[in-house]
Design a protein around this ligand. Sequence first.
Ligand SMILES: [Zn+2]
Length: 743
Amino acid sequence: MNDELKTLHATVIGYPRIGADRELKRALEAYWSGRLDEPGLDAAAATVRSQMLDDLAAAGLDSVPSGTFSLYDHVLDAAFAVDAIAPRHRRDSPTDAYFAAARGDAEAAPLEMTKWFDTNYHYLVPEIGPDTEFRSRPAKALAEYDEAVLRGLNARPVLLGPVSFLLLAKATDNAPEGFQPLDRLDELTGVYAELLTALVDAGATRVQLDEPALCADRTEAELEAVRTVYTELGRIADLLVTGGYGPFGESLPVLLDAGVAGIALDLVSGRDDLETLESHGVSRETFIVAGVVDGRNIWRCDLAAAGADIERLQRLSDNVGVGSSCSLLHVPIDLEAESGLDPLLTERLAFARQKLREITSLATPGTGRPGRPASPESWRDEIVRARLADLPTGADRRADYDERVKQQPDLGLLPTTTIGSFPQTAELRQARSAHRRGLMIDADYRARMKAEVAAVIAEQEKLGLDVLVHGEPERNDMVQYFAEQLTGFATTDAGWVQSYGSRCVRPPILYADVARTAPMTVEWTGYAQSITDKPVKGMLTGPVTILAWSFVRDDQPLADTADQVALALRGEVADLEAAGTRVIQVDEPALRELLPVRAAGREAYRRWATRAFRLATAGAAPGTAIHTHLCYSEFGEIIDAIAELDADVTSIEASRSKMEVLADLDRVHYHRGVGPGVWDIHSPRVPQVEEMAEALRLAARATGPSRLWANPDCGLKTRRYEEVRPALANLVEAARIVRAEHS
Ligand SMILES: [Zn+2]
């Protein structure tokens, strides 16, 4: 039979699990607040799982993943599947233990949470020590497998693979120096063997082990471990190993030589694997899932290009399937839920349900494989393109810092400030929503927001802060706020994706050339400045963060899109300056997030990301102080990039890591202003004067007192005034004490 006429196996790597209408979010929040009992939560979870199976069944896939539902996080589920529960989270009820690990409870702090590869999904970091006792706990995997089989589906149980599980974990606090979770791979492999046996005994003919950590750079020793583990586990079950988030690279030959029965390739961000596979060779029986449908972005698949990749694989194997590049966890569920989008945009989009159709269509003989239509001409903005092309070289460079600092306001030793937002009360949210729905006229809305700005300014003056903020009451979200005002962006009604646990976000869609048509923040910052003599900081979101928290067009390099966003921000910086703003903060909390998983891509990233930031800010006069703000710690790998932003002041999350970041900044000769956060705003606890003073002293010892600022770790929008007032009063007092010690 002609290859092209043969039906291909259609499958998907994973599916969104929060519910089409965010049913799981609501059930979880009701359960946590005591409004729903455990049977009620179980029932809601069962409904969501059933909805997932409905979607998978309706698409007509040849096999479907099972076990990908999660009450909170799939890495936490993996920890529970091997009983790797931290002793402080053990409770009589397994549900209590699970949520204690996820969110903490009265007795114990939760597991740490961190970002999943280069995405905005956060997973819980398992804690593994030399004494962690692994035990096989297959109940969840078996139950969900049975549910899918009862539906008449060809189900493939999914587990996070043992190598990735340990690489994503961290060592327990009391583990001896030098211990790494991966040291426990032998024991863990034994327990995975038991899990696989249980699934095979229940009738599973193939099991999917997700090994996304193999898409990062791995050492020889780690690759050797992969070889050993997969040789052993491959004897127990027919395994499909998936990666996602980039090419397997050097892991690919290792997996194949270990004899795994199947491999799922990410052919969106890991197309290099095609060549690796061609040069290494593969047995004709190997099941290869061509992950051509993008699991992370919302654009329709270019079926012609996908078809060409599929055909390349068919030359190597008789057992090629069609699938997604990774789990569809990162995309919203249904495009049909959107009514307000431009039809030209809608016809170019695919959410999870639409992506399943693309997969089955690619797998079905005789269906056409059309390419993707080019973007309409109307999406191009020649003016923006010309302005970018005409920028003189050096447009991203300011005068030397030493020159600038002389012209900037002298605020003395240890100035105090905040990061931007003040508490977002229910009343504020109601006003924004009423305005958006047309129930509050513009003039009333503006008056309401200005009253809030005035109140926030008054609070800060009373507290005695040095550089004030307007408080961001008008912002629903620091990216969406700008997306709604720039051309080239669309926002969705229901395009929710899980960020962590019950938290969902609705990323804007950046689909066309970006331009600013009017000032976006000047009214609020200008008003704030007009009612105080203290300097007010303008507040913008940086280009990298705007890209990181949006679905971004994939028809041109990210670097080009970043430059367009930067140009728009550059205009805003100029307008703020013209309105009398002398301090402008450009937030880049997501600078770390877009850092490529593999080292090879990092240099190029660093170049375009920092250039975009500088392009946005370098139009400012030397006398205008440019601040930036970063949070979500783990700065190690981007510390050079932070220095290259060339901001006059960098405020950075530091309180939980005990100011360690300052030493790192010194190492890269960062010698400009720095505001290490001295108040961990993620906790409702009000820090005392002495502990913040101690943190400032520590910081002063690390960098010298002359360029230090005193500020919290991040914005205050999730805190309440009852915490904010005393905490900021303490912060101002701590700065006063330490200032006195140095004069
Ligand atoms: Zn922050």
